[in-house]
Design a protein around this ligand. Structure first.
Ligand code: M6R
Length: 613
């Protein structure tokens, strides 16, 4: 996600801002910018696409000086990675600047409204509307930047952490947040804002964590915090005791653990703005396919690798369940060398976190050469697959640093669910009542994932019982069969324990020969539909003395009698259950790997992005 830093004091701001941005580099970014109020009281900025070094070289050449400023690293969500889309963004007269982290859900409406008032926008970003709203509020009589920001925030839907400065108020930064993190760092005669502790940890350990809808006015001498109504709030000053390494990981031991915990936000960001306000439609933006093409579809091919391949398989179950379209899923490395029968009535989808996986790129190109439209589910905006696809559904999971994919997977599942509903509605295959129920349940998923995360200690204790095993099976049926394979992949890639995921009904066709009293078998038995069948499969394992770890729905007492260990998860509809059930599998793999002393964020032999065949 984007990184923010702001400084106000008596020192030169630019080196402090650049240093802070470098300390936020680990979060990932595609462009960066800086704005200051200089000694003549003018607002001056520089932004560049690419690495901080490019911005640094620009600054060395042209120089920017001033004792108050804001810095930003951007990870594109709305609009491609480019200099013009990089932050800061400005009011029409260039006197007010904003840097932003988050997503403004209603920015298209706001933008249209502002265009009606004569605004022309320089960028494709959602961020620019924020500063234009502030400008309008000041024109409309707001007495100062703080009041104008307060009035503007009321109009925003979505998530934000913002920092603003104004030429006419050269001694202050105004900052605010809603569902995106923002802190104020307190120094001696100088103060900071930052999206994350590491940005300022070498300068101060005294920090105020802003709460949702709080506004901070930060000057060199202090910081005043108010709520959205303008009432002053008293915030405790916290002393940070973490070292820099822990701070980068938000206090978590590893990036993977941090990213597992970021899943509620990853899912809610992926859903955000994609359900119409009347709750009747899915809004997919410009997918570049006509309703006629969707209605005429005969087949969808979903192509991907690794974790994205398992998400794609769940996508297949979803599309088959809710629509009448035939769906085929294949590994990119196979699809590209097959002779698949593709026609104008075939839609090809790729699913990818990085958007740079070599085999998936080659498959996409092949499908396009054969005249198919290609839609992609992509996390990295501006990646090759983003650029070359006819249409894109962005998962808004933010940068994923751990090699093992976690939050990108759950975001992919949410995106594929939305896509399925969109297709089903367009073809008249999902009625209003069903649609409403599914959309409501989808919106409850982030809170349910949160509840699973609260069981981390129990999951850890289960992992500690089994970490010495040499093999493990993961069993599931239906929507949770691909999820079982994803659970096995997580375990093998980070703990190096041999693990396989199977369709539970396949056990007796061979794999059950391996089961003995040393063999842990993780069984996903939440699906009401196949529950009894799953229980019979578990009993087959139990009869061979296998050690059963069940993932079961809260309140399910039957499973307790068969399983050695049970991890309970909240109830949901079966097609959405993989989003919840995968979380204990990720934590189980994580804690087994931790016990085995593995390098969890960088497992041996693996790369985050497989850009070669
Ligand atoms: O970037 P992609 O989603 O295209 O990457 C595909 C796989 O390489 C990836 O999902 C890999 O399997 C995961 N890192 C495993 O956790």
């Amino acid at each position: 996600m984007c990184g923010i830093i702001g400084y106000v004091g008596d020192k030169e701001a630019v080196p402090i801002l650049m240093d802070g941005l470098k300390r936020l580099e680990y979060r990932g970014y595609d462009s960066a910018g800086i704005v200051v109020i200089d000694a003549c009281g003018e607002v001056r900025m520089m932004k560049r696409e690419g690495k901080l070094k490019v911005l640094e070289d620009g600054l060395a050449e042209h120089g920017l000086r001033g004792t108050l400023g804001l810095g930003h690293t951007r990870w594109a969500t709305h609009g491609s990675p480019s200099e013009v889309n990089a932050h800061p963004h400005f009011s029409s007269d260039g006197e007010i600047a904003v840097v932003h982290n988050g997503i403004i859900e209603n920015f298209l409406e706001l933008r249209a409204e502002l265009e009606g008032k004569g605004h022309t926008f320089a960028s494709e970003t959602d961020t620019e509307v924020i500063v234009r709203l502030v400008e309008e509020a000041l024109k409309g009589g707001a007495p100062d930047l703080e009041a104008a920001v307060r009035a503007s925030l009321r109009k925003l839907k979505g998530q934000y952490a913002v920092g603003l400065l104004r030429r006419k108020e050269p001694d202050k930064i105004v900052a605010a947040r809603l569902d995106s993190p923002l802190i104020v760092g307190l120094g001696d005669g100088e103060n900071y804002i930052a999206s994350d502790v590491p940005a300022i940890l070498n300068r101060t350990r005294k920090v105020i964590y802003l709460e949702n809808e709080e506004i901070a006015v930060v000057t060199a001498d202090g910081c005043r915090v108010t709520d959205i109504e303008g009432n002053e709030t008293v915030r405790e000053v916290k002393e940070i005791t973490w070292d820099i390494d822990a701070a980068e990981k938000g206090g978590y031991e590893k990036f993977m653990l941090k990213e597992i915990h970021e899943q509620p936000q990853a899912v809610s960001k992926t859903i955000m703005g994609r359900i119409s306000t009347d709750g009747k439609e899915i809004l997919m933006g410009d997918l570049n396919v006509t309703p006629e093409e969707i209605r005429g579809l005969r087949k969808i091919f979903i192509i991907s690798c690794g974790t994205a391949f398992y998400a794609s398989n769940i996508g297949r179950y979803l599309l088959e369940h809710y629509t009448n379209i035939a769906v085929e899923v294949d590994f990119s490395s196979e699809f590209r060398y097959r002779n698949p029968k593709l026609s104008k009535q075939t839609l090809v989808m790729t699913v990818t976190q990085s958007g740079e996986t070599a085999d998936t790129i080659a498959s996409l190109r092949m499908a396009k050469e054969k005249g198919c439209k290609v839609i992609s589910v992509v996390n990295v905006v501006g990646s090759t697959i983003d650029r070359e696809s006819d249409g894109v559904i962005y998962t808004r999971a933010g940068p994923e640093i751990g090699v093992a994919s976690t939050k990108a997977y759950t975001a992919q599942l949410a995106a594929l669910f939305l896509f399925t509903l969109w297709v089903g509605r367009m073809r008249g295959e999902i009625d209003d009542g069903r649609f409403r129920e599914l959309v409501d349940e989808l919106q409850r998923i982030p809170a349910k994932v949160e509840r699973v995360l609260e069981k981390e200690r129990h999951i850890r204790s289960v992992a500690e019982k089994y970490y010495r095993a040499t093999n493990a099976f993961f069993l599931g049926r239906g929507f949770n069969f691909p999820n079982a394979m994803e659970g096995a992949l997580k375990l093998k890639e980070i703990s190096y324990m041999h693990a396989e995921g199977y369709a539970a009904g396949e056990m007796k066709h061979g794999p059950i020969a391996l089961i003995d009293e040393h063999f842990p078998v993780v069984c996903i038995c939440t699906g009401a539909n196949k529950y009894d069948k799953m229980l019979s499969n578990i009993k087959e394992v139990q009869a061979r003395k296998g050690r059963i770890i069940a993932i079961a729905t809260e309140g399910d007492d039957r499973v307790k009698d068969i399983a050695d260990d049970v991890i309970y998860v909240p109830e949901t509809v079966e097609p959405l259950s993989p989003l919840i059930n995968v979380v204990p599998l990720q934590l189980f793999a994580y804690y087994i790997a931790l016990e085995r002393g593995c390098d969890i964020d960088k497992p041996r032999n693996l790369a985050k992005s497989v850009t070669v065949e």
